[in-house]
Write a protein that binds this ligand. Structure first.
Ligand code: MCA
Ligand code: AMP
Length: 506
């Protein structure tokens, strides 16, 4: 196996340079050869801007072919790619820049002035505008630069990327992923899901997370597949893709429930499709079955995590059972364990623990935090609760960690509670997830005002507005006199979830 992940991709598409790689709405397309060349030219410009092997490159950029080329350019230069959600506010970006200490920061035009200032204060040597097409900024300039075709040699354990994942402590942690972590996972998925030479991937996921950047794009790169590359999820564009050349769709459950709810969606639309994959959040049995009834296809659900890439998958050939996430991927070990890491009796509920070449290298500059998440025998503690049947099939039954998954985005309540509690009129708060028909779960905040002080839901929402990305902000905030606590004084979120379960946040 090549050590530099980029080399592996290049080997796979080397004979398909004229083939379309990325096709964007409107019909414009970029061949494998063009993106490869662009990435080599961008690599030359990265070097010109001072990038050295092992440097971090943070990118908060729109989903464009240029962004894909930038990712590949960083890989081939031996840098570490750190993508950020485009919804993050300047305050959030400031934290990531201060933590990752990148040498280069790529961003979009919106907020450029603010972000440059923030980046400079955090010691970032250069803030660069990527540009949204080949006539603009870094993208445009790269095309005028001679390519640097050499690929920086990397060893298996060298870092390729790190992705931030929030934590139960409220502080985001950079999960460090090596070239081997990403390569092994991609090769396994490509084989397991039986990619075929003529497959066309319908890509509507963001490219700042594992799902869209690694699972989806890496499979396409390994397969030298055409990708219908949509900037955002849009039902009519998805239908157009399915009615056209697409054969594989990867998405979060919200994609599937929105398609089912669309009056334009017809059974025939899926005639040319080979495979539907879902993950990042639990898919309800109801959606799974409705999809099968409508299309005749059984969605293949898989389970993963930023720290581990993909962990389990329903089988390609065997039975895809709703409510289960399938079997440990080949080469990956999964066990259901008690709080000491001892395997529970088969069929009992326990914590899902995982070991294998996919498991990350630790949290960026947080050795203690890393140590807490691993057992002595190398298993990583996912924090998800599951059961395993006698054949090794896993079902996720809950979460040991306080986490909300909304439309496939992970939101850690602690992060929101810390900020809410900073409001001068707030005594304390508890953030929970409540059922939501579109996003699966919605963020819901329960707030206790300081005695003698008054505050409204609107004022609190306004207070949060600039401090965190919109998708994290509570859809509803209710004010209460006190929070339910157990005898140890711990807030009983289960009681709040029961109390507010039917409180519609839709
Ligand atoms: C958008 N909004 C949301 C969400 N998305 N609110 C809660 N949860 C969300 N997921 C809010 C926006 O802030 C905005 O609020 C309003 O909805 C409309 O925004 P818009 O961007 O138009 O939303 P959308 O296009 O309808 O997006 C919904 C979406 C998107 C397509 C489901 O959230 C999405 O692409 N999710 C996929 C996330 C993903 O890739 N997860 C993988 C993580 P306002 O109106 O108030 O401003 S990787 C992972 O989890 C692991 C490893 C794994 O297993 O894959
Ligand atoms: P993240 O931390 O963003 O990488 O999200 C990882 C978490 O998403 C996992 O720990 C699970 O809780 C959840 N997750 C991913 N895939 C699934 C799935 N198919 N079913 C249920 N939960 C999932």
């Amino acid at each position: 196996m090549s050590s530099n992940l980029f080399e592996l991709f290049q080997e796979r598409y080397a004979t398909k340079l004229d083939k379309t790689f990325l096709e964007i709405p409107g019909g414009k397309s970029y061949s494998f050869g063009e993106i490869d060349d662009l990435s080599a030219r961008m690599a030359a410009k990265l070097l010109e801007n001072g990038l050295k092997v092992g440097d971090r490159v943070v990118a908060q950029v729109d989903k464009t072919p240029g962004a894909v080329a930038l990712y590949l350019a960083v890989l081939r230069s031996g840098g570490i790619f750190v993508p950020l959600n485009t919804a993050y506010t300047a305050t959030e970006v400031e934290y990531f820049l201060g933590d990752a200490k990148p040498s280069l920061f790529f961003c979009g035009l919106e907020n450029l002035a603010d972000l440059s200032e923030i980046a400079q204060a955090q010691g970032v040597s250069k803030t660069i505008l990527l540009g949204n097409n080949e006539t603009e900024a870094f993208w445009g300039e790269a095309l005028q630069t001679d390519p640097k075709t050499e690929i920086a040699p990397r060893s298996d354990s060298d870092l390729a990327s790190f992705l931030y994942t929030s934590g139960t402590t409220g502080r985001s942690k950079g999960a460090m992923l090596s070239h081997e972590n990403l390569a092994s996972n991609a090769l396994t998925l490509h084989e397991l899901w039986q990619f075929e030479p003529e497959d066309v991937l319908l890509h509507a996921l963001p490219i700042f997370h594992i799902h869209g950047l690694f699972v989806a794009l890496h499979c396409a790169l390994l397969n030298a597949s055409k990708v219908i590359f949509l900037p955002t999820f849009d039902v009519s564009e998805i239908l157009r893709g399915m009615r056209g050349e697409a054969s594989v769709l990867m998405g979060v459950p919200t994609f599937y429930s929105r398609l089912l709810a669309s009056p334009d969606f017809q059974s025939d639309d899926c005639k040319g499709m080979r495979l539907f994959i879902s993950g990042s959040a639990p898919m309800t049995e109801q959606v799974h079955k409705a999809w099968t009834n409508k299309t005749g296809h059984k969605i293949l659900e898989r389970y993963g995590m930023t720290e581990a890439g993909m962990i389990t998958s329903n089988p390609y050939d065997g039975e895809r059972i709703p409510g289960t996430v399938g079997f440990a991927l080949p080469g990956v070990e999964v066990r259901i364990a008690d709080e000491h890491g001892k395997e529970v009796t088969q069929g009992d509920i326990g914590c899902i623990e995982v070991r294998g070449p996919n498991i990350f290298q630790g949290y960026w500059q947080m050795p203690e935090k890393t140590a807490e998440e691993f057992r002595e025998d190398g298993y990583f503690i996912t924090g998800d609760l599951g059961i395993m049947d006698e054949n090794g099939r896993v079902s996720i039954v809950g979460r040991g960690k306080d986490l909300i998954i909304s439309g496939g985005y992970n939101i850690y309540p602690k992060e929101i509670e810390v900020i809410l509690d900073e409001h001068p009129c707030v005594l304390e708060s508890a953030v929970i997830g409540v059922p939501h028909s579109d996003f699966g779960e919605a963020v819901f905040a329960v707030v206790v005002p300081q005695s003698g002080k008054e505050v409204s839901e609107e004022e609190l929402k306004e207070f949060l507005r600039e401090k965190m990305a919109r998708f994290k902000q509570p859809k509803t905030i209710v004010l209460v006199e006190e929070l339910p606590r157990n005898t140890m004084g711990k807030v009983q979120k289960n009681l709040l979830r029961e109390q507010f379960a039917s409180h519609s946040s839709d």
